[in-house]
Design a protein around this ligand. Structure first.
Ligand SMILES: [Zn+2]
Length: 273
């Protein structure tokens, strides 16, 4: 499943591809629903309009046209591809095509159909998919004080808090373990017992880990049309994730695995308190 760094890499790829602000000639829908119904009429209203920007909010991509734009979420298996790519043949899972006046065609492919295609006016107006999302990890609103305040009032394991999109978007399971290792805080620690200093460390390492991952993912999946979400290079940087029983890179103590909210957490019992 693509996480925020992969989605950001895909956004950058699409941005490069759509840099000349091509005009949408037409949409073609092979089906009218994915996880939810596709608002076909609203999307068709964008025909004849230029793409002005390619934006991201959490794991949603937004192709901003003039009176609105295409909001997409890749779900488990979604991808954007170009029809001009000779490696990509039309397939049974190509659900939506966007043809541009320039000759470019974008295809939304999604075998498991957990993805979303929707219309939105922009990324700031009220929208049911966006209204409950917390701040972006790189937004100044995600400050140490903000995180500490949320931690004191939520009383859940700190890892669950970090993965809660209403608190901050984009921290997936792998990243949560890596962030908390660098911050020296155990994933199972009750969030109300996280100090202001620790909250500041967690905030700083959230930004650092996600930025490193974007940098690693951006290089290997710059050809975004092949993006499957697992081709980034960040897996080579894991310090605790999926390393249960192996020695901690800092102190040599075997890494431990615990389960929080049904997801595996990895931590060093000596480096993390
Ligand atoms: Zn250690």
């Amino acid at each position: 499943m693509p996480e925020l760094p992969e989605v950001e890499s895909i956004r950058r790829g699409l941005e490069t591809l759509l840099l000349d602000q091509p005009v949408i000639r037409r949409f073609e829908f092979a089906r009218k629903d994915l996880r939810d119904p596709i608002p076909v009429r609203q999307l068709r209203s964008l025909e004849g309009q230029a793409i002005r920007a390619v934006l991201r909010r959490s794991k949603y991509l937004f192709l901003a046209a003039e009176t609105g734009g295409v909001l997409s979420h890749l779900g488990m298996t979604g991808s954007w591809r170009t029809a001009t790519d000779p490696k990509v043949l039309p397939g049974p899972h190509d659900h939506v095509r966007i043809e541009f006046e320039t000759g470019l065609t974008l295809i939304y492919r999604d075998p498991r159909r957990f993805g979303v295609l929707d219309w939105a006016k922009d990324l700031t107006s009220a929208h049911p998919r966006l209204d409950l999302l917390g701040p972006e990890p790189f937004d100044p609103a995600f400050s140490p004080e903000y995180l500490h305040q949320k931690a004191r009032t939520h009383r859940s394991p700190i890892k669950n808090l970090l993965m809660n999109a209403k608190i901050v978007v984009g921290v997936g399971n792998i990243y949560a373990s890596e962030i908390l290792f660098r911050a020296g805080v155990r994933p199972g620690r009750s969030s109300e017992r996280v100090t202001a200093v620790e909250a500041a460390r967690i905030k700083a390492f959230t930004t650092e880990v996600l930025a490193e991952s974007i940098a690693a993912g951006g290089s290997s999946i710059s050809d975004y049309v092949d993006a499957s979400g697992d081709q980034g290079g960040f897996q080579n940087h894991f310090r605790v994730y999926d390393r249960a029983g192996k020695p901690c890179l800092a102190c040599g103590t075997p890494i431990r695995r615990d389960v929080h909210a049904g997801r595996s957490s990895f931590f060093c019992p000596r480096c993390q308190r």
